[in-house]
Design a protein around this ligand. Structure first.
Ligand code: TRP
Length: 346
């Protein structure tokens, strides 16, 4: 596959958790090492405003925290274009144009939208901006002629909409300017938080990728295991089953981290037979998680001492991104017969 263009983004919600790392971030990092793929990774700061427009005072800190985590985990500005959406204003210009051709019904029937409206009841999100969230996301993707978009399953409706908008644009203006992107679904399993619900900031059940050693131990010790396994030699139910519907969190994390699959199967057997107690199993998990998180934490500590590193990377990346974005905007304006004198704007 020659000449793939990958684009993805995250809303800056602050420090990333273990679920983000084994999910989206690890796939981003893998993609950047393929020399035939050009990767764009974006801080979706305007998207963050769609639900959190009231208090915007933490946006800058959240961006700093998130990008530090990206870099510490291995995202490399030499291999990927790492940029900030609001520093490439073409995203707004293009989103406005796309909003002209996007039927309202396409936005209203979007399942992710409908779900959020019911879920985020305590937020006033019946706004133009929130309904138009996928239009802005379509602009993000189409501006870079992205062929592939690594996302989680919840983003598939947005991607389908992006494809529909691209088709409609090309059809209306009779020029194949926009590329229809495909999703790259990350295969990562659902990561459980300490309480056995999906790991999520809003549930306060996360292990952060910059989690300090001392609190990592505390969090692992507090993880949900199996209510039927009271003593170490009681038979355990590590996987979801009628006796333990969610399954054991510690076991599910071993499953994600253990490279030696025989050792993993052996762990399951010893748990079921009552030969492995939860305390010992948690101690093993602490060791494995420390091994995977410690280098990230240490790299983060080094990076944080380099003043302005995040803003320097974002400035440089946004400049590069803007050149690509302007190229597409020129084609777009040409297709809709809008003229912009060359050199009119610096
Ligand atoms: N909507 C995405 C999310 O919540 C973030 C995002 C914004 C995005 N623009 C994007 C993802 C473009 C992929 C491509 O995770």
């Amino acid at each position: 596959m020659k000449g793939r263009v990958v684009l993805s983004g995250m809303r800056p919600t602050g420090k990333l958790h273990f679920g983000n790392m084994v999910g989206a971030l690890s796939s981003w990092i893998k993609l950047q090492s393929d020399s035939t793929t050009r990767c764009f990774y974006m801080v979706a700061d305007w998207h963050a405003l769609t639900t959190d427009y009231q208090d915007t005072s933490i946006v800058e800190d959240n961006i700093e925290d998130m990008v530090l985590d990206w870099l510490a985990a291995g995202l490399d500005p030499k291999k990927s274009v790492i940029f900030r959406q609001s520093w490439v204003p073409e995203h707004a210009e293009f989103a406005l144009l796309l909003s002209m051709i996007t039927p309202l019904s396409w936005l209203e029937r979007n399942p992710t939208y409908k779900e959020q409206v019911t879920e985020l009841k305590d937020k006033e999100i019946s706004t133009h901006g929130f309904l138009g969230y996928p239009v802005l996301q379509a602009a993000d993707i189409l501006l870079y002629q992205a062929s592939h978009v690594p996302v989680g399953e919840d983003q598939l409706p947005h991607l389908e909409l992006t494809r529909e908008i691209a088709r409609r644009f090309n059809f209306l203006y009779k020029k194949p300017v926009l590329v229809e992107p495909s999703a790259l679904l990350s295969k990562s399993p659902k990561v459980l938080g300490t309480d056995a619900r999906k790991m999520s900031k809003s549930y306060d059940n996360c292990v952060y990728i910059s989690e300090p050693e001392s609190s990592l131990k505390k969090k692992i010790n507090s993880m949900f295991t199996d209510p039927h396994k009271v003593r170490a030699d009681d038979p355990g139910h590590p996987k979801p089953c009628p006796e333990n519907p969610t399954g054991c969190v510690v076991f599910s994390l071993h499953d994600i981290l253990e490279v030696d699959r025989n050792a993993f199967r052996d762990r399951e057997e010893r748990c079921r037979d009552g030969r492995l107690g939860c305390a010992a199993c948690k101690k093993d998990l602490l060791e494995t998680m420390t091994l995977s998180l410690k280098p990230v934490r240490e790299k983060r500590e080094v990076l944080i001492k380099e003043k302005n590193i995040v803003s320097e990377i974002l400035i440089e990346g946004s400049r590069t991104a803007q050149l690509v974005a302007q190229e597409t905007m020129n084609q777009v304006l040409d297709a809709i017969h809008f003229k912009k004198p060359i050199g009119m704007f610096p």
